[in-house]
Ligand binder design. Sequence first.
Ligand code: 16G
Length: 190
Amino acid sequence: MNLSDANGLEDVPLFDPNLVREVNFKECSGTYNPEISPESPGEGLLMRPLKISDYDRGFMELLKQLTVVGDVSREQFEARFNSMLGCKNGYYTVVIEDTTCGQVIGAATLAVEQKFIHECSSKGRIEDVVVDNKYRGKQLGKLLLDFLTLLSRHVGCYKVSLECKDQVVKFYTNFGYVKEEGQNYMCRRF
Ligand code: 16G
């Protein structure tokens, strides 16, 4: 038994699970056919906040479909999760679980950065959106994006941004994301 089991922390949600139903999904940018929502993402599927036990439901393997993940031990994962949990209202990682096999098959994160500008407002950033290859075509990427975009406004962000590869620019424009005139995304890698 590890420390988290002993403390019963395995299933502590990263953010308030009520937010999944509190966000007014009727305000989302598009239509769904068939109709799905954060509360009903599809048969056998459940949308909810990340928890530590998702390490054992393939969460890290799923992220490997997006980019380099490397070897992350359970202890490292727990430490990072707890650090995010400690940044109150800072990290909203939402997952979609296939409850028929107990695997995490979709995930995305809203990171909320506190600001002094805009009357001490916050800026949201949507990160690490990934849906398992085997679950493509079920509108789940769209569902994750719509949910986190609405959530960013719900938690008080004055804007929300994301960065993405060329081939998915068109996908994100469907959600109202635009390349802003005169603004450039710049990056330095280490
Ligand atoms: C994509 C992701 C970004 C992620 C990056 C990883 C979305 C919307 N964008 O751009 O969040 O951090 O890939 O790529 O999910 P990297 O490992 O090359 O930084």
